[in-house]
Design a protein. Structure first.
Length: 247
C-alpha cells in the first residue's frame, strides 16, 4: 500500500486526513495527525495540537524555519519541530500474553464513550488498529494492548507507515488515572521517536504509563515493544482536561 494523501511542493504541501482515521467522532486521531506532520520534520519530532484536526478536508502545510505548521484556512491545527528523542522507559515491559489479558479490561468495551469509535482504540471499530488497551495486572497504573497490523493498515515494504506508529503510541498513553473523568482529556502535545519499523503480521505490545500530573494536565509516556521486549518506538505526551469540565 502506498503512502497516504500527502503532497509536497518545495517548502509547503497539502494533506487530507480521511474520515477513517478519526479519534473523537468529528476530528482526526491526534497521534495520526502528529505523525503525518512529523513526516515533514524527519527524525524525532514534537508536535503541538492547537485545534481539532478536521476530516476529509484539505489542509495546508507551511514551513517557518525548522517549524512545520498545519493550517485549516486561517486556523492553526498543529505545529511540529525537530526534538530530542524522548528519554522514557516503561516501568515494566509487558509480555504479549500480559497485554492480551489487559485488553479484556478495556474501560469502554461495554459502554459508549467519546473514544468508542476511535480508529486506533475504539471498541466499536472493526476496521481499526484494535488497540483496546486495559490496565496491566503487574502494574495497574499502566496500560497495555496488542497490535497485529494487517494489510489494511497503511504500510510500505518496511512496515506500517510512520503516522500509524504515532497513532499506536497515542491511545495507550491515556492511562487509568484519566479514565474516571466525566469529560475526557484531549491530546495537546506529543514527542516521539521511531527506532525500528513496525512490521505487519507480528504481535507488537503497546503500553502506556503516567509521568506526572499538574492540575488539568497529565503527562504520560508510551512505547511499542517487539514480542521479545525490544523497544521499537517511544513517546511522551501531554493530555489536558478541557476547562469547562474542571471543578
Amino acid at each position: 500500500m502506498k503512502r497516504g494523501p500527502l503532497a509536497v511542493e518545495g517548502g509547503a504541501g497539502r494533506v487530507l486526513i480521511p474520515r477513517r482515521f478519526n479519534g473523537p467522532p468529528a476530528s482526526a486521531n491526534g497521534g495520526y495527525t502528529a505523525g503525518l506532520l512529523a513526516r515533514y520534520v524527519g527524525g524525532p519530532a514534537e508536535v503541538s495540537l492547537r485545534s481539532p484536526p478536521p476530516l476529509d478536508t484539505a489542509l495546508e502545510v507551511k514551513r517557518d524555519g525548522e517549524r512545520v505548521l498545519l493550517w485549516h484556512r486561517e486556523r492553526l491545527v498543529a505545529e511540529a519541530e525537530p526534538a530530542e528523542a524522548p528519554e522514557v522507559e516503561p516501568p515494566v515491559r509487558p509480555t504479549v500474553a500480559e497485554a492480551r489479558e489487559a485488553m479484556r479490561r478495556h474501560p469502554w468495551r461495554s459502554a459508549r464513550h467519546p473514544f468508542s469509535d476511535c480508529y486506533v482504540c475504539g471498541a466499536g471499530r472493526h476496521d481499526g488498529l484494535g488497540l483496546h488497551f486495559g490496565d496491566l495486572s503487574r502494574d495497574p497504573t499502566m496500560t497495555a494492548a496488542v497490535l497485529i497490523a494487517d494489510v489494511t493498515v497503511p504500510h510500505d515494504d518496511r512496515g506500517i507507515q510512520p503516522e500509524m506508529a504515532w497513532a499506536a503510541l497515542d491511545c495507550p498513553s491515556y492511562v487509568p488515572a484519566l479514565w474516571a473523568a466525566d469529560v475526557p482529556s484531549l491530546l495537546a502535545w506529543t514527542q516521539a521517536k521511531l527506532d525500528e519499523p513496525i512490521p505487519l503480521g507480528e504481535p507488537i505490545v503497546a503500553c502506556g504509563w503516567p509521568l506526572e500530573s499538574d492540575g488539568r494536565k497529565q503527562y504520560t509516556a508510551s512505547a511499542l515493544l517487539s514480542a521479545d521486549g525490544r523497544i521499537l518506538a517511544r513517546a511522551r505526551h501531554l493530555w489536558v482536561q478541557p476547562r469547562a469540565s474542571s471543578a
